[in-house]
Design a protein around this ligand. Sequence first.
Ligand SMILES: [Zn+2]
Length: 361
Amino acid sequence: MTTAFANCHSHAFHRALRGRTVGGADFWGWRDGMYAVAGALDPDLYHRLAKAVYAEMRLAGYASVGEFHYLHSPDLAEAVVEAARAVGLRICLLSTLYERAGFADEPLHPVQQRFVLPLEVWQGRVADLASRYRGDPRVVIGTAIHSVRAVAPAHLAAAAGTLPDAPLHVHVSEQPAENQACLAATGRTPVQLLAEAGVWGPRTTAVHATHLTPADIATLGASASSVCFCPTTEAELADGIGPSVALREAGARITLGSDSNTVIDPFAEARGLAMHERLASGRRDGWTDAQLWQAAGADGHASLGFQVEDALELRSSVQTAGMTEPLWAAAAPDVVPPSDLDPDAVAAELTAVIAEVWSRV
Ligand SMILES: [Zn+2]
């Protein structure tokens, strides 16, 4: 038996893109494919897709998920929360403020219009969700700032203060282009701009944090913020390798997420974190096993507002025979499935619902 995992950054609907967009040259080409899927979803289809994806997460050993949710028109938040509840996965629904296409107020892509809400309208929806799920131990309502691209600087502090005690997440410095645009428009890096708005602190998670300055690392560490790395997605999207060890040593808590759900395997995320650091640093001792378990489990659950004691069981397999450290030897298929889920039924439902998504694109 070993600790169940926390999946701290998920976009459930991206699961439908697995294997479909490998030909794009860069992040921005991938994003066009993602918009096509987002445009095809209605509440019923998204509920069924999210339910199948969350079932896949439970089969892989995750006990909780942080869903970074920005499909607001219509608002699919309840479809997502109910999907997680239906398969026994804890969910931190991070309702996300998204106001604009970029610093220059570029025209919105037609699908981006489904993400956009004025600040006050979004705050009202967040309050409604928090009130609806208050007292449910398996649901946390938190908030997210999509990115410094998507929220006006003048609104960052108000967004951060909307649920002042709940988890707050924000995509930060995933791509160099975001840093360049932010510097050109504000004279600050995204981390510094967010620091001035009072965003950082122990309840806040910076997602990706790939391209940081030494001052950014010091800011995230000194504020005891969490930083969520998504190694399989960051590699798939050619984002780069973030400074995970430098952030941890500066005082940040590191967590892990499956993000685009191209891979749903917490062992792969934990190994990826350590292996990327080795490739970037030329050293093999950046992450110990104990530090990786902490990131993949307890620190992750805490960053989503959960205290989770769940454990998972590994079957004896060729990979795990003789192992002393399961994180390095095991993969998601080694997890003994929870008794309420049939892996074959989950796979069949995923196949059917993804086919239906693409039939509408
Ligand atoms: Zn994301």
